[in-house]
Design a protein around this ligand. Structure first.
Ligand code: PML
Ligand code: MG
Length: 622
């Protein structure tokens, strides 16, 4: 027999079910050949362990030979883009009604009753009588896969839903299905009828953790048992061909429509538009300092607009060498290496340092560039709860056999403004013989009396890998890694974003070098930023939704995504640029405004902003 993965021989149903705190967390299944059983088990376990809602208490893996496998065709797909959940449910009613089902309003009403159920409600499409033998459990459509099947290690809502719906609608007597995911971030649902799978772009608000399924049945009572057997027991492989692929013109548009519907569209603005910016990371106001600009201009005149090649070919110019020496000195390190962006510095450092067989531990709220570096490295990634040093300590004791362990954390967290307890972090890393890496993108020029960062602030030692950027307090662009001569040599030999990238422009490195000198020579620049931080911090001491973490970043808790955008627009009307930060930068429902201070802010601007935040908080409480 030709099997679903192109091999020959016996087929197995492989199932995973994971639970947390007694409740269902994650479930998935595949039908695969013997050859793929082990890798599928591993992929499904990985999926359970990586679940967004937490680490499971138990994972049930089951393998069962399947001999009677039915092959059916996937339903064709139509995507319907709707403005919001009300419009989505209106479409559900219309589609069911077009399929000859009458009491559509009542069916949509009944849908709520599926929320607490594990399986689906089985409803007589005409009498609305409930036919499932156990109402709490419901009917569980299972024993199915698609051909080709989608990767097992992560959920593909659409592909898995299409497989399930195609099986369900092929069951005797089933005339329709309505489904909405219980994943709070997944708002797309569907209605399936005998001849079509209608994707409805929005069926609920982002953040709602409710979902369910209704199967609509039409036929004699005596035949219900056979329908349930088919749904729950019959092994089915759904032939997809290109069915899960939307028409080319819709592939991207459908996702964009969902972004809009969820209130998550991001707009690009051009410059500050005359507003006072509390949005950028130019902490010391050096990006537009004439001396920094002149240094950049001189470098362009002398060395050209571009470096012309990668660093290891001919792209290393005098300004690169000077800046790297300067950073090493500044960070009290043996050596330093510069990358074209901060993002690349993180990606480059992490992927060079760890790989297969290694472990990297990463704070839950680390910046995307760290997360991406961890993922790309191929090392086993373990995420510890935000700033939870006890958890980190505990987790490290579980990885004794790893070849190399890297622990990486932001120094100042970019969206929360809070700070790593560096002395504790270093002590833990040392005790477990793990390499320590700290990203000081938002700490350099900000934290410590003279802006030297966390080690100065705490009066402690240094992490093994000191990463930072040239693009924030230094007003230019680029990133660096500083540390031992061996570490830096290692970066130059092994870090792909260093090796395979054109060297940073002479202008950007010269500008960063000049900014660093200014910062060192004139300590009043950092002093001004510190005075502004202290002043704003005092002014908002009585505004509970403004968080003060000692850095230049102050998140203002809002929660709802749309509300955050409205608040930000409101601030604009008053002349202030304070951005709304939303998913995916922060979690769903954790939208916020992000105030970042700079040495260039005037006292009057700071107190006006504080007053606005206070007034807004007070009205929101009434
Ligand atoms: C689920 O994942 O629980 C249901 C998913 C619905 C998928 C809708 C779609 O994207 O077509
Ligand atoms: Mg449910």
């Amino acid at each position: 027999m030709e099997t679903s993965d192109g091999s020959h021989g016996k087929m197995y149903g492989v199932k995973m079910r994971a639970s947390l705190g007694g409740a269902h967390l994650s479930g998935a299944e595949r039908i695969v050949s013997a050859r793929r059983v082990v890798s599928t088990l591993a992929a499904l376990a990985r999926r359970a362990l990586g679940h967004e809602r937490g680490v499971p208490d138990s994972i049930n893996l089951k393998v069962e030979a399947q001999c009677d496998i039915l092959r059916i065709k996937a339903l064709p797909v139509i995507t319907e883009t709707v403005a919001d959940e009300a419009a989505g449910w209106a479409r559900v009613g219309e589609i069911l009604s077009d399929a000859g089902i009458k009491r559509t309003n009542e069916i949509c009403e009944l849908f709520r009753e599926t929320y607490p159920m594990r399986g689906a409600m089985l409803l007589d499409a005409d009498t609305l009588e409930r036919l499932e033998p156990d109402r709490k459990r419901g009917i569980r459509a299972t024993n199915m896969d698609s051909d080709p099947s989608s990767p097992a290690d992560r959920k593909n809502h659409f592909a898995e839903a299409l497989t399930l719906a195609s099986k369900v609608l092929s069951a005797p007597g089933i005339v329709g299905e309505v489904c909405m995911s219980d994943d709070p971030s997944y708002v797309t649902g569907y209605v399936a009828t005998k001849d079509c799978y209608h994707r409805i772009s929005v069926m609920k608000k982002v953040g709602e953790p409710v979902g369910g399924r209704i199967f609509l049945y039409r036929g004699p009572r005596e035949a219900v048992a056979e329908t349930i057997r088919y749904l729950e027991r019959q092994a089915v492989v759904v032939e997809r061909e290109h069915a899960t692929r939307l028409p080319r013109a819709d592939q991207l548009a459908a996702d964009l429509a969902a972004v809009d519907a969820a209130g998550l569209r991001r707009e690009m603005r051009v410059g500050f538009g005359g507003l006072v910016s509390f949005a950028d990371n130019d902490y010391l106001g050096l990006a537009c300092d004439s001396r920094v600009k002149e240094a950049a201009a001189r470098a362009v005149a002398e060395y050209g607009a571009g470096a012309g090649a990668s660093r290891l070919v001919t792209g290393t110019l005098e300004p690169h060498v000077r800046l790297e020496r300067h950073i090493a000195e500044f960070k009290k390190a043996e050596s330093a290496v510069v990358f074209s962006t901060g993002y690349m510095a993180n990606l480059g450092a992490i992927t060079a340092l760890v790989g297969r067989g290694d472990v990297v531990l990463s704070d839950k709220l680390n910046h995307a560039s760290i997360i991406d570096g961890c993922r790309l490295s191929g090392a086993e990634v373990a995420v510890y709860p935000h700033l939870d040093m006890d958890a980190l300590d505990q987790m490290l004791s579980e990885f004794h056999s790893a070849r190399r362990i890297l622990v990486v954390s932001d120094g100042v967290f970019s969206m929360d403004g809070d700070m790593l307890d560096l002395p504790r972090f270093l002590e833990i890393c040392r005790r477990h013989d793990a390499l320590s890496m700290v990203d000081e993108a938002h700490a350099l020029g900000v934290v410590g009396r003279t802006g030297h960062g966390l080690s100065e602030h705490f009066g402690c030692g240094f992490p093994d890998v000191m990463m930072g950027t040239l693009s924030k307090a230094l007003g230019s662009s680029g990133g660096y890694v500083a540390g031992s001569a061996t570490l830096v040599d290692y970066m130059r030999q092994k870090s792909r974003p260093f090796i395979f990238n054109t060297a940073p422009t002479p202008a950007s490195v010269a500008a960063a070098d000049a900014a660093l000198s200014l910062m060192e020579e004139d300590t009043s620049i950092v002093g001004r930023l510190h005075a502004n931080i202290a002043s704003f911090s005092d002014s908002v001491a009585d505004v509970p939704n403004v968080r003060r973490g000692g850095s230049a970043i102050f998140p203002v808790a809002v929660g709802d995504e749309r509300e955050a955008v409205a608040r930000s627009k409101d601030m604009e009307c008053h002349g202030f640029l304070v951005p709304a930060i939303r998913y995916p930068t922060v979690a769903h429902g954790a939208a916020r405004l992000r105030v970042s201070l700079s040495a260039r802010h005037k006292e009057s601007e700071i107190s006006a902003l504080a007053s606005m935040l206070r007034a807004w908080y007070n009205t929101s409480q009434n």
